[in-house]
Design a protein around this ligand. Structure first.
Ligand code: SF4
Ligand code: SF4
Length: 430
């Protein structure tokens, strides 16, 4: 860390006058004065900070600036927590999610990932940008490590801070612009001690650098959870409408439709996990088109449609459009509806390769040697699309699957305006 002049200066931080050392890094100055600026590439050991991610963007004297690249000067005016900047930083995080292949339920770093933690922190539900599903490789060639390039956010921490004992760099950036990729000097990587390799995994803020022969020891406990989930008090009882409201609502029951597109029915299982609450819900709503009723066509207009799964076929698209036409409010329930999730793992392979593997080459392929093809069969799309990229979606309930309590609260909130309190700790993408 660079020593800086200890002369004190006065700056304005979100309109409040503070005194700080001249030349102090703005991320640290803000932190020391109780203002949190989110970061991804910033790391205490790396000075100057790489400044690659722009997640720490603030305004200095009215101009957008990466806080990790700015130092305190007398009279400086710094804006951090304005609605515009909160949204700007959230957009940067959303861009990172949309630009890579981030399928948290499958990721070893889930729970210990800074990008995921920022998503939670910023209450990101789904990126405002379309997912790009880039075609990237997994590199198994290193001796100790493997690199999951699908998840790299090119923060440059590994390039700047992973060296052999004699100071040889292990990682370097190759190519430029959108083609930039982190490459490994395999010879030097093989010389890392097990501790250095472990540190390389830890320094990566996401799930790109992983140890081949070790795993993250505590899956599911998130980096920024204050209390382990196992030690949390049970969630407060869901607030239910009072007797009068229940009777009034029951006289004018709301109509719910549900569907599973390219999903595993896990979200529907979760809905059934409402247990006795389902009986309360049934006093307030009736189910129309849904696998729960086996009603296959809409027979009335619905107040709310709950969608599980993304779109992998033309039939999914048609069904989803029908739901949009027939429901006042549409909710994407679960990771598959929101980002494609597991079914979207095929998105970075050509469809032909996927079909050949599934129907011809797989050990479980039958002996016919045919890829099913008939005009009555749904046509498989080139990739799996999240629902909001096909129709307008009004609300999102993340999770794989989201908890029953979470779904119940959202439905009650949307239909009856009851208080909606989902504690941070049970709000999960994984
Ligand atoms: S947990 Fe894994 S998949 Fe999810 S944001 Fe982090 S790196 Fe990406
Ligand atoms: S591999 Fe990890 S540490 Fe290296 S640039 Fe990518 S995200 Fe950053």
């Amino acid at each position: 860390m660079k020593a800086h002049d200890e002369k004190e200066v006065r700056i304005l931080l979100d309109g409040k006058a503070i005194t700080c050392p001249e030349g102090g890094n703005l991320v640290r100055v803000a932190q020391e004065n109780g203002v949190y600026i989110p970061t991804l590439c910033f790391f205490d050991h790396i000075d100057p900070s790489p400044g690659t991610c722009r997640v720490c963007t603030v305004k200095v004297n009215g101009k957008y600036t990466a806080a990790c690249q700015a130092t305190a000067k007398a009279g400086m005016e710094v804006e951090v927590m304005t609605p515009e900047l909160l949204d700007y930083r959230k957009a940067v995080v959303e861009l990172l999610f949309a630009e890579g292949n981030h399928i948290c339920p499958l990721c070893e770093k889930s729970g210990k990932c800074t990008l995921q933690a920022l998503g939670y922190e910023m209450h990101m539900e789904t990126p405002r940008f379309p997912y790009t599903f880039p075609d990237r490789q997994i590199d198994y060639r290193p001796t100790h490590l493997m690199l999951e390039h699908h998840r790299c956010v090119q923060c440059k921490r590994c390039v700047e801070d992973v060296f052999t004992d004699d100071g040889k760099p292990v990682f370097f950036f190759q190519q430029r612009g959108k083609d930039t990729v982190v490459a490994v000097d395999y010879e030097q990587e093989a010389r890392l001690t097990p501790e250095q390799a472990h540190r390389a995994m830890d320094i990566c803020p996401v799930g790109t650098i992983l140890l081949k022969e070790d795993t993250i020891e505590a899956p599911g406990h998130r980096k920024y959870d204050h209390v382990p989930i196992s030690e949390l008090p049970p969630p407060a009882a869901t607030e239910k409408p009072g007797a009068v409201a229940m009777v009034a609502a029951a006289e004018q029951k709301k109509v719910v439709a549900t569907v599973s597109l390219a999903g595993c029915f896990g979200c529907h299982m979760s809905m059934l996990d409402m247990d006795l609450d389902l009986l309360d819900l049934l006093q307030l709503v009736t189910f129309n088109r849904s696998p729960l009723t086996d009603i296959k066509q809409f027979t009335t207009r619905c107040d709310i449609g709950l969608i599980e799964g993304g779109c992998c076929s033309d039939e999914n698209v048609e069904v989803l459009r029908k739901f949009r036409e027939n429901c006042d409010i549409l909710v994407s329930v679960g990771a598959c509806a929101i980002n494609g999730n597991l079914p979207a793992l095929r998105n970075w392979l050509p469809l032909e390769q996927v079909m050949t593997e599934a129907y011809l080459d797989a050990p479980t392929a039958d002996a016919t040697g045919l890829i099913p093809h008939h005009e009555d069969l749904p046509k498989i799309l080139d990739k799996v699309y999240p629902c909001h990229e096909v129709v307008k979606i009004d609300y999102f309930i993340p999770g794989c699957p989201p908890g029953a309590d979470h779904i119940y609260k959202v439905v009650q909130n949307i239909l009856f305006g009851t208080n909606f309190d989902v504690p941070y700790e049970i709000f999960k993408y994984d």
